[in-house]
Design a protein around this ligand. Structure first.
Ligand code: PHE
Length: 470
């Protein structure tokens, strides 16, 4: 079997952007922007993405292309023959592969919730989600939209069925391989996603009073700027670009030698930031207009599955259609991200154990199914409430999310910075990028970033996420 490769550069850009554009863009970015001072947050985010995000993105892609291997193989090859301390960094490859093993199941569980809501928007009258609608539960009147979501996730089998449906689509795509599966699907799904996203944005901008919401979203509010703005922007950027998960290393290993890596990385950054920004344009004015400042406080599942259905209900007869289009768009975003996560695991299994693609896919599918079932039951008979070091309450899903994003991701990125900045040296990456005569933009910045600034920033992020600044 020949080496896996994306057949075209655009196929690669769409697949990597597909990985980057996901739930994080839609349910976290708008909320963080609104919370941390609008335009000020946006500016901080842009500066960070062009410096810090860019350096790590290029570094990871290069590790993949240089070695032609996923994270395990790449770290192993590059650390080979180093003295014992530096040689230990090779463990970073394994850790890079563990992170997606943890994320795949819970991302698929949430993907299942999104499918459920696509169906709900088609089959349930939107008025049932109205903010004034109530429902009687055990003799108590409760808010209908929240109750609908709670009843769904706490039921025994329904979440598992939807989870399995989402996972089945993924497994089918990943089993088809890089070019015939991942590339082909991203080439169709990503343009569709952008068209839907722009369509909903235009609709939302014409809502009465949308201007006020947009002002809230975009006008800089300096009083909201703090140290935490930077920490929050950095955490978001990280998750959003799918860095430190072995994903970009894996995708980079499928990047052809004669294609322009620099240009591709810039396009991925642009794509990801654009969709995050548009998600804000789509969500903030609508939530602001219909639910007021109160509604702006929700993020994550609370925003997507409770607040937004209320917003669609306010739109009246068109609410079901707009809601359906929105959830289909979210589904596309979630699918393309989950694809990259699963591919990273499959590639690592192939690398580490020499398995065939089908064997690796079946194995990963079984692990994900078992973990996914436990996560779903976490809202049912395995329910408990833990408190995370940052103070928030958590169930199984939140614990896995916290572990992978707040602990593993920064740690892994520090490992990557050490590998590139101090073991193989930044010049190796520069040589790799420019080997076909391309120009390496922001070169000096890249070197300083990867050796000094990024590790320090990452350390700050790690401390921030274990609750030191709360
Ligand atoms: N980047 C994706 C998002 O914004 C999430 C993700 C993280 C996907 C890590 C893959 C790996 O939602």
């Amino acid at each position: 079997m020949g080496k896996n490769c994306f057949s075209s550069r655009i196929g690669y850009v769409l697949a990597a952007a597909g990985s980057a554009v996901g739930l994080g863009n839609i349910w976290r970015f708008p909320y963080l922007t609104a919370k941390y001072g609008g335009g000020i947050f946006l500016l901080t985010y842009l500066i960070l993405i062009l410096t810090f995000g860019y350096s790590l993105l290029i570094a990871e892609n290069c590790l993949g292309r240089m070695t032609g291997k996923g994270p395990i193989g790449a770290f192993r090859d590059l650390c080979a023959g180093k003295d014992s301390f530096l040689g230990k960094v090779s463990i970073g490859g394994w850790l890079n592969s563990i992170a997606p093993v943890i994320i795949v199941p819970y991302y698929c569980v949430i993907g299942g919730w999104v499918i459920k809501y696509c169906v709900a928007m088609l089959t349930t009258p939107i008025s049932q989600f109205h903010k004034d609608a109530t429902i009687m539960v055990d003799g108590v009147l409760k808010d209908a939209s929240t109750t609908y979501f709670t009843q769904f996730i706490t039921s025994t089998w329904e979440p598992i069925l939807y989870f399995l449906l989402f996972a089945a689509i993924l497994i089918a795509v990943v089993a088809m391989g890089v070019e015939k599966g991942i590339e082909r699907f991203n080439k169709i799904l990503m343009p569709l996603l952008v068209v839907m996203c722009v369509g909903i944005c235009i609709y939302c901008c014409f809502l009465p009073n949308a201007g006020e919401g947009l002002r809230y979203y975009l006008l800089p509010d300096k009083s909201q700027f703090s140290y935490m703005t930077v920490v929050a922007a950095m955490g978001q950027l990280f998750f959003s670009l799918s860095i430190a998960m072995g994903i970009m290393v894996t995708y980079g290993s499928y990047f052809r030698d004669d294609h322009n890596l620099m240009k591709s990385v810039n396009q991925i950054e642009f794509f990801d930031t654009l969709v995050a920004f548009l998600a804000g344009v789509m969500i903030i004015p609508a939530v602001f207009v219909f639910l007021g400042e109160e509604g702006m406080r929700s993020s994550g599942p609370g925003l997507m599955f409770e607040a937004l259905p209320r917003v669609f209900a306010e739109m009246g007869s068109i609410g079901n259609a707009v809601g359906c289009m929105f959830f289909v768009m979210v589904l596309l975003a979630a699918l393309t991200s989950a694809m990259s996560l699963m591919e990273a695991v499959v590639a690592s299994l192939i690398d580490a154990f020499g398995w065939t693609r089908s064997r690796a896919t079946v194995f990963e599918a079984a692990v994900a199914a078992a973990m996914g079932a436990v996560i779903c039951f976490g809202y049912n008979f395995l329910y408990f409430e833990a408190v995370l070091p940052n103070g928030s309450k958590a169930q199984i899903l939140d614990i896995l999310d916290y572990l992978s994003n707040n602990i593993l991701m920064p740690l892994l990125a520090i490992g990557t910075c050490i590998l590139i900045g101090w073991i193989i040296k930044p010049k190796t990456v520069i040589d790799e990028v420019t080997k076909n005569g391309e120009r390496f933009g922001r070169r000096g910045l890249y070197v300083v970033m990867i050796r000094f600034i990024a590790p320090v920033l990452l350390f700050v992020l790690l401390r921030g996420s274990v609750g030191v600044f709360k």
